[in-house]
Design a protein around this ligand. Sequence first.
Ligand code: NDP
Length: 444
Amino acid sequence: MSYIDEVMERVIVKNPAEPEFHQAVKEVLESLRVVVAANEENFRRDALLERLVEPERQFKFRVPWVDDSGQVQVNTGYRVQFNSAIGPYKGGLRLHPSVNLGIIKFLGFEQIFKNSLTGLPIGGGKGGADFDPKGKSDREVMAFCQSFMTELSRYIGADTDVPAGDIGTGAREIGYMFGQYKRLKNVYEGVLTGKGLTYGGSLARTEATGYGLLYLTKEMLSINGIEIAGKTIAVSGSGNVATYAIQKAQEMGAKVVTASDSTGWVYDSEGIDLLALKEIKEVKRARLSEYVNLRPNAVYHTGKGVWSVKVDIALPCATQNELLLEDAKALVANGCIAVGEGANMPTSLDATEYFLAHGVLFAPGKAANAGGVAVSALEMSQNSGRLNWSFEEVDGKLKEIMVAITHNMAAAAEKYGFAGNYVIGANIAGFEKIATTMTIQGVV
Ligand code: NDP
């Protein structure tokens, strides 16, 4: 049995009932076969892959809080500090009822390679809780965030582990968490990113993941001689990533015709009205079904369906495993030429393979959505230097980083004989730096 297959088998036995974690490890290890084969003796001796798939540290903790009726609620919090070879652990906090240890581990594992790809000095981690901010009052969200941070604060710090936002953790939640951290530790430091502009946040952080997705998608198309202007795009989701992906796609001259949330999706043949979307999602925090009240020509459907629309480009920006094999078949049948993953692992493995087999340009999330963490790292730099860079400066650096990632993943794929396969390219480019650094730092 090959070294990779042995490690994969062990991951499944050692981490039962964590299918998302198995999926993420399999996706990465499969792409590394050629690199691992070339270094197998050394990697085996150093148990490099065994160390890579084992988090350095993980925490699971109780988060009790009092709701508005006086009832005590109890959630479960997590922080997985996966790999600190190249910098302090860095990765978001997901607040969603579906959160469990396996999901946090899958996200933390992916984060290692994504962060490495940015070229910035940040390790990989992830955290969150099975708390649902939806339908809670601001006071309830504050009570939860304070309790969550009371425990989390023991494990994090500006030079140790710097969490950020993710699904369910936006500016409001980061604000409450930062306030509590400062109160507990009596130190004003950049312990979280995605902060508000009045207390150390970076301009362009809010837009970074969506914008970055479009910078990379445009560059990937351009390498292949295709213009993004004039293309029709399907976006899923209507949160942070989706909103700014739609905005940048429109600025680039493309037309985005869909958006979705967990209850349904809209098709707007004239192009999604961004102001209407923001009003519903950012101001009212309401359901997407309200979109048709503001745009009567659009159509709202309940359930899934974004990928059934005829488009040139698909940008999944909601959540993991939201684009399955049948969706990939429908997209290809409708002439889709490119996919850029705004979300983390939104495409199932068989759907990814189907796209690659049918010549669809496919930018995997760890490259395509790295803009968020890249600007988070720029926020850390600004905090350390007590500086504030302009929007243009940060956006310019973001664009440079995304263009560099595109070329790095393309070059790594080509170097190992997989030209055009950006899944393999991104994994190899991210892995090489981590593997080299872990080897240099010895058995830790
Ligand atoms: P938000 O919470 O802002 O938005 C998430 C969107 O996805 C919402 O429209 C939400 O709908 C929908 N959604 C969430 N869960 C599900 C589900 N189980 N089924 C269907 N729809 C769902 O999150 P973000 O935009 O920040 O994150 C989206 C994705 O991008 C995630 O995979 C995240 O890990 C990834 N990502 C985010 C980064 C960032 O900077 N924000 C950076 C890199 C990756 P509803 O409102 O109904 O819940």
